[in-house]
Design a protein around this ligand. Structure first.
Ligand code: ZN
Length: 360
C-alpha cells in the first residue's frame, strides 16, 4: 500500500482524450476496484507510473510471485481502422474501444494494461492475477496492449513509448524481469522448445513480442517497434532507480523453469462412431511427480453426444514428461471444441489450449 495514487483525478485526466472518440459510455467504470489490493509482498521497488484502473471481465485469480513471472509481452491492439478519420482519431477511438471490450467480451480475452497514444496507461488486471492475452504465456507474463496497428509506424508516438518505458521499468524491477529483448520465436531460435509433435513453445524471459510467443497467428507489435532502442531505454530507467538490470538467462536456464501443458487429438481424421484419443502432455523439470488431483480435465459432459470411455490413463512418464489419455467417441459427423485442461505444478496453474475436433 505504499504507492497509492489519487486514482479518480488521474483517471478522469487520462480518459478525457479517449472519450472524445465516441466510446465514452464504455469507459466510465473507472476506479471500481483497487488495483493494489492483491500486492502479496513488499519488495524494494519504484512507484508505478500514473495509471487509471478499469476492471477487466475475463481474467483468472493468481497468486503470482517473481518466481513464476518472467516476461512482459508487448502487443498492438489492431482492430477496425476508419479511413474517414485521422490516424490520431483512430488510435484514440481504438484505446477507448479496447478498454470497453476487455471489460466484457465473449472471446474471454483481456490484458493487464492498455496504453494510448498520449501515454495513457489503463490497468485492467491486478499484477498478481492472470490476464488472457497470449495463450501459454499468460501465467508467466504481463500483457501490455498498445492501442494501434503494427503496420502503422505512427502507432509509436513519443508519449506512448515514454510511458511504456516507465511501465516496463517499474514491472522489471518489482517482478525481477530481465529488461532485454530475446531473439527468436517459438518456431526457431535458442529459446524454441519442442513439446510434442504438434507443438513448439517459446521459453525466453524478458521483453517479448506477441509474434515470438505465437508465430503461427500473430505478428504484433510489428516491424516498426524499436526493440533495441526501447529495451536500452528500459535498462537506463531501471538504473535511474539505483538498480542494476538483471541479465537474460541462458536458453537452458530458461527451459529449466518451464512447464508446458498441451492437449491434442491423436487420430486424424476422427471418424464418426470410432474411438479417438484426447492426449494431455505435460513437460517440464520434475513433472513426473504430477498427481492426478493436480489436473482438471475439461467437462466433457457439456459436449453433445460425446461418449467418454472411462477415466484418464497415464500412458507415459519420465523425469520431465507425463502423458494422460482419454478415449472418446461421437456417433455423428460435425465439429466441436474441447475446453482447456488445467495443470497445477509447483503451486502454479498451467492451461492447455482449447482443442477443435472435426468428426468426419
Ligand atoms: Zn497481440
Amino acid at each position: 500500500m505504499r504507492f497509492r495514487f489519487a486514482f479518480p483525478a488521474l483517471a478522469s485526466l487520462l480518459f478525457a482524450a479517449a472519450m472524445l472518440g465516441g466510446c465514452a459510455s464504455r469507459s466510465q467504470a473507472v476506479c471500481d476496484a483497487d488495483p493494489m489490493a492483491s500486492w502479496a509482498w513488499e519488495l524494494p521497488s519504484p512507484p508505478p507510473p500514473p495509471m487509471a484502473w478499469v476492471a477487466a471481465g475475463p481474467f483468472r485469480h493468481g497468486e503470482r510471485t517473481p518466481e513464476n513471472v518472467t516476461a512482459i509481452v508487448i502487443h498492438t491492439t489492431e482492430g477496425r481502422y476508419d479511413d474517414a478519420l485521422s490516424f490520431a482519431e483512430n488510435q484514440e477511438r481504438n484505446f477507448a474501444g479496447v478498454i470497453g471490450y476487455f471489460k466484457s467480451n465473449d472471446r474471454n480475452v483481456s490484458s493487464h494494461y492498455v496504453m494510448g497514444r498520449h501515454g495513457e496507461i489503463c490497468q485492467m488486471v491486478n499484477e498478481g492475477d492472470i490476464a488472457h492475452a497470449q495463450t501459454y504465456y499468460n501465467g508467466r507474463a504481463f500483457g501490455i496492449e498498445c492501442a494501434g496497428w503494427s503496420r502503422h509506424e505512427e502507432t509509436w508516438t513519443p508519449e506512448l513509448l515514454d510511458s511504456l518505458v516507465d511501465l516496463c521499468a517499474y514491472l522489471c524491477v518489482k517482478w525481477e524481469i530481465p529488461a532485454y529483448h530475446p531473439e527468436g520465436t517459438a518456431y526457431e531460435g535458442p529459446y524454441s522448445v519442442v513439446v510434442d509433435e504438434e507443438n513448439k513453445r517459446f521459453v525466453a524471459h524478458g521483453l517479448v513480442g506477441h509474434y515470438q510467443v505465437q508465430p503461427w497467428n500473430k505478428s504484433d507489435p510489428g516491424e516498426h517497434f524499436p526493440w533495441e532502442e526501447f529495451s536500452e531505454r528500459v535498462r537506463a530507467r531501471i538504473r535511474e532507480y539505483g538498480v542494476e538490470p538483471i541479465e537474460l538467462p541462458s536458453p537452458e536456464a530458461s527451459q529449466a523453469r518451464e512447464v508446458f501443458a498441451t492437449a491434442r487429438i491423436k487420430e486424424k481424421p476422427v471418424r464418426a462412431g470410432e474411438p479417438f484419443t484426447y492426449a494431455l502432455t505435460v513437460r517440464g523439470e520434475g513433472v513426473e511427480t504430477l498427481a492426478t488431483e493436480d489436473i482438471i480435465f475439461p467437462d466433457f459432459s457439456v459436449i453433445k453426444d460425446l461418449a467418454v470411455a472411462g477415466p484418464p490413463s497415464r500412458t507415459e512418464s519420465s523425469p520431465n514428461l507425463v502423458v494422460y489419455e482419454i478415449t472418446l467417441s461421437r456417433p455423428e459427423a460435425g465439429a466441436f471444441s474441447i475446453g482447456a485442461s488445467r495443470v497445477k505444478f509447483k503451486g502454479a496453474w498451467y492451461d492447455t489450449q482449447t482443442v477443435r475436433v472435426k468428426v468426419e
